[in-house]
Design a protein. Structure first.
Length: 486
């Protein structure tokens, strides 16, 4: 029987990106069947991979996790019921394989007897031919195939991945992701940058209803929302309450910016992080019962003590209840004044949103250029984390054009560049000659038409940048901008 592996699992096994695998498929160096890779094809396409030693793969994963900071997984093991179900399934597979081997062994001894029986009445040539056939079978059964150790190590790795995680395919969008640790399907989707429909995230509203097409799920979180019998019979599940036992296919809606309704919630100040006298981050915590639903790159309105302002979100939806806002010191902005004069931990802030359509074109596999003017880094940071989670862009280049606030998260950007082969970080000093700086940037991209460009800054900066990029051959539909003074 063919042993077929989904692309996301292959990417984990060989320690590469899904984009790199898709490039191999496009160039004909990796064959797939129904979007899956057969085990022998994997061995052929990656002959030098050391399947018995995943130390390198673990090292890269650890570096990536450190670079993401708050995305470190706290709960490494699957839910115990899910783990038990996966082990039971593995035990069944083992039993079926063993039974099949016993059957083959029985067939071989029958064959041996049959040859004995036939041999008796045959002439010399036929007896010789039967003798050669028997010797051939015995020799090949005794021989260990040259690739046996590799195949065994690869299957062992793949089995461990199957015990620790499950693969999810979303229909009709075709998004794929892996569910690890004791994450629910919704949590895993958000970590992977897939924006499925949801509301409360704790089993009360029913907004995360989806239909299980194949595979098995298990309820791992209590929920109060009641699914009707007809819904249950047709495979409807709550994504925020279920984990995948094995590889599953689910029918669910992946939301765009216009699908997400406006929300109002009261969040708490977790911390104020002052990067330098010009810019600070406000770390907020949404209530357990009402998380903010948004897409990377969107913004929110914050109000407290009679002051309010609209700011881009710097965190990504994968950070669950945590929301980060970055605010520039501004004498004309009352909320900025409030933040810099001191907001206490646990203070309540009213939050409205999300707003804006400065979001990632997540079906695109084009290389990406991000351009951040000053504190325009905030939405860009959110988008970069989303792009990294999707793992589809050929490459990501970040150009940060500093203002008086400087490169206030320089270390984070350097950590991304160190951890990811396809990430480049370039800083551009503060200058009055912004147009010259932009012209120097585009001159490094003779094939600009291949890229998606995401830029964030003031409306005036964006207008100038758009003119320069389009003049140098960027198609207008591949330009996306988020104004920080909107
Ligand atoms: S998000 Fe509300 S029930 Fe799942």
């Amino acid at each position: 029987m063919d042993h077929l592996l989904p692309l996301s699992r292959v990417a984990k096994l060989v320690g590469t990106s899904r984009h790199a695998l898709q490039e191999m498929i496009r160039s004909g160096t990796l064959d797939t069947f129904d979007g899956m890779v057969e085990l022998n094809e994997l061995l052929r396409a990656f002959p030098d991979t050391k399947w018995e030693d995943d130390a390198e793969f673990r090292r890269i994963t650890e570096i990536k996790e450190r670079a993401f900071g708050k995305r470190v997984f706290e709960r490494a093991l699957p839910d115990k019921e899910v783990l038990a179900a996966r082990l039971f399934e593995l035990g069944n597979e083992y039993a079926a394989t063993k039974a099949l081997l016993m059957h083959y062994s029985q067939v071989l001894s029958w064959l041996d007897e049959k040859i004995d029986e036939i041999e008796e009445d045959q002439n010399k040539e036929t007896r010789h031919a039967l003798h050669v056939l028997r010797a051939f079978i015995v020799r090949h059964l005794a021989e260990i195939p040259p690739d046996a150790a590799k195949v065994q190590a690869l299957i062992a790795q793949e089995r461990i991945l199957k015990i620790m995680s499950a693969h999810v395919t979303i229909k009709p969008s075709g998004h794929e992701f892996i569910v690890e640790s004791n994450d629910t399907l919704l949590e895993a989707a958000l970590r992977a940058g897939v924006s499925l429909d949801y509301g409360c995230s704790n089993g009360n509203c029913g907004d995360c209803r989806a239909r299980l097409i194949s595979g098995e799920v298990r309820k791992v979180r209590a929920h109060d929302y009641v699914l009707s019998q007809a819904e249950k019979d047709s495979g409807v599940i709550l994504l925020c309450s279920c984990a995948a036992v094995n590889d599953v296919v689910i029918e669910a809606n992946v939301a765009g910016a216009s699908d997400i309704h406006q929300q109002q919630l009261v969040v708490k100040v977790k911390a104020v992080e002052v990067f330098n006298p010009q810019v600070a981050a406000l770390h907020l915590l949404a209530p357990r019962s009402q998380r903010l639903r948004y897409l990377a790159g969107q913004s929110v309105r914050l109000s407290a003590h009679g002051a309010s302002g609209r700011y881009a979100i710097a965190s990504c939806p994968c950070e669950e209840r945590h929301i980060e806002i970055q605010v520039l010191r501004n004498a004309d902005d009352a909320f900025s004044q409030l933040l810099f004069s001191g907001l206490n931990a646990n203070e309540n802030i009213e939050l409205e949103g999300p707003y804006g359509e400065f979001v990632l074109e997540d079906a695109s596999t084009r290389p990406i250029i991000f351009v951040a003017f000053g504190v325009g880094f905030a939405p860009v940071k959110s988008l970069i984390q989303h792009a990294m989670s999707l793992d589809l862009a050929e490459s990501i280049d970040l150009h940060w054009l500093a203002d008086e606030a400087g490169y206030y998260q320089n270390n984070l950007c350097r950590a991304w560049a160190d951890a990811l082969d396809n990430f480049t970080y370039i800083t551009h000093a503060s200058t009055t000659e912004v147009e010259t700086t932009l012209a120097n940037i585009v001159n490094d991209y003779p094939d600009l038409h291949r890229f998606d460009v995401y830029a964030a800054g003031t409306a005036a900066q964006l207008q100038l940048a758009k003119r320069v990029f389009l003049k140098h051959g960027l198609p207008a539909q591949q330009w996306r901008a988020g104004a920080t003074d909107a």
